[in-house]
Design a protein around this ligand. Sequence first.
Ligand code: 9MR
Length: 373
Amino acid sequence: MPHAALARVPARRRVTAALLPLLVVLPLAACSDDGDAQDVTPDQTQAQPPAGTDPVLAELAGGSALDIGFAIAPELLDEPEYRDIVDTHATLVVAENVMKWETTEAAPGEWDFTAADELAAYAQEHGKKLYGHTLVWHSQLPAWVSELDAEAMQAAMEEHVRTQVEHFKGQVVAWDVVNEAIDDNGRRRAESPFQATLGDGYIEDAFRVAHEADPDAQLCYNDYDLEAIGIKSDAVYEMVSDLVERDVPIDCVGFQGHLTAGTLRDDLQENIQRFVDLGLTVRFTEVDVRVHTPASDEDLAQQAKDYASVVTTCLAVEGCLGVTVWGVTDRYSWIPRWFEGYGAALLWDEDYQTKPAFDAVVTAIGAGRPGRS
Ligand code: 9MR
């Protein structure tokens, strides 16, 4: 059944259809132990969600040790539909904005973790992992940092990383330590004040300070437009290979995954595998799939395929730990504000209805990691 049609049927029927791939394999599993086929129907072997509910992404992903994350604006957790989705489907949360430098240290040494602490408390109370985004980034950076000379900037950067990582020590499982340090031409990003003032060395310094502050947190490099093998992902590959070779404490690479529907290439798996082969883990950290708005059924079907490809690819690579979607509902997505004429990039629409992409993600997660029962 095409996904566009699937999305319009009542929730109960959508559940059944979306679980079909799981249900089909279950009778086989039931007879594999003793070779004796038992008279079981799918409904007897598969715990069915109550009528009117959707399949739960967190539950489906559990067996594959795959994190399902959402970028969160903490104040939106007061909105019941938003809250319900995060409560139900997330295994991991990340602050969309409130852990960025402009929020946590708007003036030198003046710390404000109020909103970030709210999200950390939510994560702790609800058994969600907390992902840290982000420590050293040229954007959403207060002006005072850019105005410092080299010595003062180095000190400010180290102090920022140290203080923030220590504050969330034991709570944050992984940090985006450095974000978007490479430009679209594969060069060190010249407009970054850190690059311009401190040179290449700021990257490894940030990782070393973060590691001292919390030796148990995973430390990641995170960037956009890394999905295909090409000038930018090659440059990031070279950079992180060099860091690994020189024992800089880097553990992971985040592939942001801000995609336009229909543009994903078929070398995604090969690409993320080469990073895993360096001994790193990878995650898709900021996935959204934008389409022209108003979205047609074809657009939404293509978007569903792209979401499924990302999830399937992550499941196919043992070192790929999770997929985080950059927001919950199209109502609050950053896309329309940044890309004129585009939007509808997330799994729930503006009215909190699941989209074909949600059903596709359910099916993709339900298939599990290849080779695992
Ligand atoms: O989603 C974020 C949006 O609300 C902010 O206005 C924007 C400002 O730069 O940042 C967005 O998140 C970015 C993320 O932190 C880093 N990768 C790119 C994301 C989209 O710009």
